[in-house]
Design a protein around this ligand. Sequence first.
Ligand SMILES: Cc1cc2nc3c(=O)[nH]c(=O)nc-3n(C[C@H](O)[C@H](O)[C@H](O)COP(=O)(O)OP(=O)(O)OC[C@H]3O[C@@H](n4cnc5c(N)ncnc54)[C@H](O)[C@@H]3O)c2cc1C
Length: 805
Amino acid sequence: MKSETRVAVIGGGVVGASVLYHLTKAGWKDVLLIERAELTSGSTWHAAGGMHTVNGDPNVAKLQQYTIELYKEIEQISGQSCGVHITGGLMLAGTRERLDWLKMAKARGRYLGMDLEIISVDEAARLFPLLDKKHFKGAMYDPIEGHVDPYGVTHAYAKSAQLGGAEIVRHTRVTDLKARSDGSWDVITDHGNVHAEYVVNAAGLWAREVGRMVGIELPILAMEHQYLITGDMPELKGKKEQLHCIDFEGELYTRQERGGMLLGTYEKAGVPWSPTQTPWDFGQDLLANDLERIAPSLEVAFQHFPALADAGIRKVVNGPFTFAPDGNPLVGPVKGLKNFWVACGVMAGFSQGGGVGLALSRWLIDGDPGADIWGMDVARYGDWTTLAYTNAKVRENYSRRFSIRFPNEELVAARPLRTTPIYERLQAANAVFGDYCGLEHSLWFAPDSQSAKDEFSFHRSNDFPHIAAECDAVKNSVGLLEISNYGKFEVKGPGAADWLSHVMSNRVPGVGRIALTPMLNERGKLIGDFTMCRIADEHFLLIGTYAAERYYLRWFERQLSCPGVSIRPCAMEYVGLSIAGPNSRALLQELVRDDLSTAAFPFLSFKRMEIGRVPGYIGRVSFTGELGFEIWVTTDYQRALYDLLVGAGRKYDLRPFGGRALNCMRVEKSFGTWAREYRPIYGPFEAGLGRFVDFKKDEFIGRAAAMEEKETRAGGTLRLLTFKLDTKDADALGDEPIWHDGKVVGWVTSGAFGHRVNHSLALGYVPAAAAGATSGFEVEIIGERHHAQPLSEAAYDAKGSRMRT
Ligand SMILES: Cc1cc2nc3c(=O)[nH]c(=O)nc-3n(C[C@H](O)[C@H](O)[C@H](O)COP(=O)(O)OP(=O)(O)OC[C@H]3O[C@@H](n4cnc5c(N)ncnc54)[C@H](O)[C@@H]3O)c2cc1C
């Protein structure tokens, strides 16, 4: 093994091999893969090798498409067969809801260029004769599905990487990692050490243990997973290879394996493997079979595919593989650890491994993953992902792998975990809670405790009239919303203003003022949006998306070259309440001595005040579009603040409202939000945030690219539009295709019913060339296309006079 390398990749499973290949493909040849045994000695060797393009996150789906297309390339370079069988695949719907779900998945696939088709049961039975039609209502057909040989794929990546200059050492275990002061790493192995500029943890089943070597606890857990292979079946003899098939009701997948069928399950009673410590002596081993555990799924399989019942079992495989709490990979540089990267938690290595390798190599080499990979970014998790939290969530995710998640369905595992001091008060007010980063927050309020639960549906549900009433209260009187679930950062020091001016694209506000600002990367793409509040000359509070706290901090760390600046995340130190509506000022004025009139405290003001006995910061901002105030207090004061506001609010009919009403109101105002309208694939002018980019400043990150977007590219290639939809009982949710003149041209980012304007609305991106059209648009919701009228301005109070009043 060499003693110096630019990148040391730990782990020679399919993911590590793909990372290695992509690094060499991008031109980095001085790269080394260290594998403790033979290649594939973790989860990879016993995988079923299935692959497909469909994924709930369209950005992950794109990377899956890339992975499948890559196999030809690595076969050609390496001469190693990947054993690719493209059979096509069926997803079977046993219920109406599942068929609706498939229609939504098909619609999503449209703007990704996927050729998915909803077919009848008869057609499904023609394609997959083993099924018994009476159990199904329809199916979705995907021509790009199939399976590969896990050994072949891994070795094809590895050989291609070696031909590109990479070195691979086997039978060498990394036992420790020591950071040097310059950010490089001493990689300690049982066969000598190597000094690496970068380390990539692709240790699969042991990625958690390798994380511990550098003091982090990665939120991943291995689950046992079983599949069986039947004996040879006469039904298959002399026939074309059977399709891949997912049967959601049976929580199982099946495909042909030689003369028999392979049948795998994601059973409800899933079992974690090595929940706290993965043994180092586990190699190309299998776990003991436990057919009893998967018996309920097998029973369904034998009813739905009767020929399987008589086929006998030739072989059972039970092996472990890892999951993150949401089932998506963990990829990227780790905040706080210079030059330490991860590519792990990849539960579908043969669909995702290529995309993970591509994104990581681009990110490492160019500083940008080249695609929107927020859904896989390791930074999406924070301190709440303790071992026990991860355990509960991964088990839930595994058991629900083939379950429908309704848009209004909140998952229940590991809850409640984090609560704010007013949690019981909100409970007593019949709040229905959601989980956001492990934190309970209110979604809507029911009239009594019995009705305080969601009826899951793709259509408008039981919360609809109550959300309408909440919006009505905010429009006509005053509503109270808890806003603790935002990320907050305190920026302090003599260099703070200059630093913020460099990192944010809007101008830094004066003391006592607020500026809304996008944050751009060097390519002029949106990597954040913040409310920047100036408390004092050298003291700021930044308010942004809580789920992106580590993502932001990782970026801030990279930009911290200015002297005299300190940044501190303080999300849970300041919790908040917001009041909004025409009576919000009168209510608050009863509790504070400061003058809250527009003359004294205009829109976008920010000031420390006393609210009764409670000290806090009050900002005059509005995400509802109504006159409104956000009040931030330290956690110990929140309950007192709540009681004060509720007490004073009685005479104004103060009504609590939740996140769902807020969503309706912000869509009515065409206000975007992070991870929906604002993502790193959009520029600020495309996203309608151009007015918050201050070109009068000489310099800020992304200035040149933003200028180019504005001037040379006439505002970029996309436009964020607001549409009024003709729908009856279901609203857009996000990710639906937008049609124009019979072609799919764009996608919805958010949708909601606008109760104040009494119609359904959606926000979404279309190409700039189509954005000027005033007719011909449709949005596809649950398989039906609905007329969509583009609006030239926000649906509600477009001039913004209500919030500035
Ligand atoms: C039964 C079963 C069926 C599956 N079916 C499918 C399927 O049909 N389709 C699909 O896409 N996926 C499937 N999977 C999942 C798939 O196996 C994983 O997604 C994939 O193998 C993950 O690869 P990896 O490279 O991340 O991890 P691993 O395969 O676990 O590789 C990690 C490697 O790192 C090495 N390593 C670890 N620590 C060190 C260290 N300290 N020093 C040196 N080397 C180290 C290990 O020896 C190992 O070789 C299945 C899994 C199982 C168990």
